[in-house]
Design a protein around this ligand. Sequence first.
Ligand SMILES: O=C(O)CCC(=O)C(=O)O
Ligand SMILES: [Fe+2]
Length: 321
Amino acid sequence: MDRLPIIDLSALVGADDPAALAMVAAEIGAAARGPGFFYVSGHGIDPDLLADVFTQSAAFFDLPRADKAPLSIERSPHNRGYVGLLGEKLDSAKPADLKEAFNIGLDLSPDDPRILGGEPFRGVNVWPDLPGFAETMRGYYDAAWSVGRLLHRAIAVDLGLAPDFFEDKLDQPMAVLRLLHYPPHPAGAEEGQLGAGEHTDYGNITLLMTDDVGGLEVRRRDGTWLKAPPIPGAFVCNIGDCLMRWTNDVYVSTPHRVLNAGGRERYSVAFFLDPNPDALVACLPGCASDETPAKYAPVTGADYLAARLDATYDFRRKEPA
Ligand SMILES: O=C(O)CCC(=O)C(=O)O
Ligand SMILES: [Fe+2]
C-alpha cells in the first residue's frame, strides 16, 4: 500500500440516491477492512468555516499559559478542556507526547436534563475568552458530526444493515472535537518521543483535518509506516476501536502516530465520533459466523469510552478500593 484511497462523498451530500450510497458503501467497506484509513473529499463543509477553525485554534494555543491552565481537562469528568504539552502519552511505553490539545464535547446548557440527570459524559464545555471562538467551534462540531453520520449511512449499507441503523446511536453522541498543536520537533527531544505516540483511536470513526505541514504516519500490516500527507480540504478518516469491536473486528482500527519534523508549528483538528452514551455496542448482525463467533461482550458506549480514557490519563485513574 503506497497511498490511502480517496473517497468522494459529493454524490451523497444533500441527496438521497441509493445507487450512489451503494457505491460509496463499497469503497468505504473495502477501506475499512483493509488499511482502516482513507481520505474523504466532497464532504461539503464550507472552506471558510474550516479556515476559521484553524485561525481560532492558533489564537487559542497562542494564549499565555495562565489563560489556558484554568481550562484544564483535569477539572472535567466529561472529557472537556485543555491538555498541556507533555500532558498525554498516547503510547504508554514511550515519552510523553509533544503536543497540546483542547477538547470540545456536545454543547449543552447547564440546565440540560441530561446533565442534571447525571448521564455519563454530559457536561458543559469550557471556552476561552476569544471573540467568535465558541460560535466557530459549535458550527464546526455540527458540520463534522453531519459528515460522520453520512459516512455511517454508507457503513451501515456496507455491513448489510438499513442505511439509518446508526442514526439513533449517534444522535446525542459523546463525540469530541479536539484542536491539536504540535511544536516543531525539538533537537532535545527524548529518544522515541513523538508529537503523538503510536495509538489507535477509541471511537467509531475519526475525521481529521490538518494544516499543510504533514507528519501523520499510518502503520501498515507489515509494521512499516506509510506517510499520510495532507490533501487540501479533504479529511483523513479512520476506523476507531469502538467500531472495530461493534463489527467483531471486520473493520480495522489501525495504529498511527505523528512526528512533526517539518520545522514549523503544526495544527490539526480531529473529530472523534463516539456513539451515544447508552448505545449498546454489541456484535452487529452479519459480523459473526460459525467460524468467527462474537468475540466481545456487549458494552455501552459510555462504559467503553470511560475505560479507554481511564487508561490514558493518570488523573482519571481510580485508586484501587
Ligand atoms: O494530528 C494528527 O494528525 C493526528 C492526531 C491523532 O491521531 C489523534 O489525536 O488521535
Ligand atoms: Fe489518532
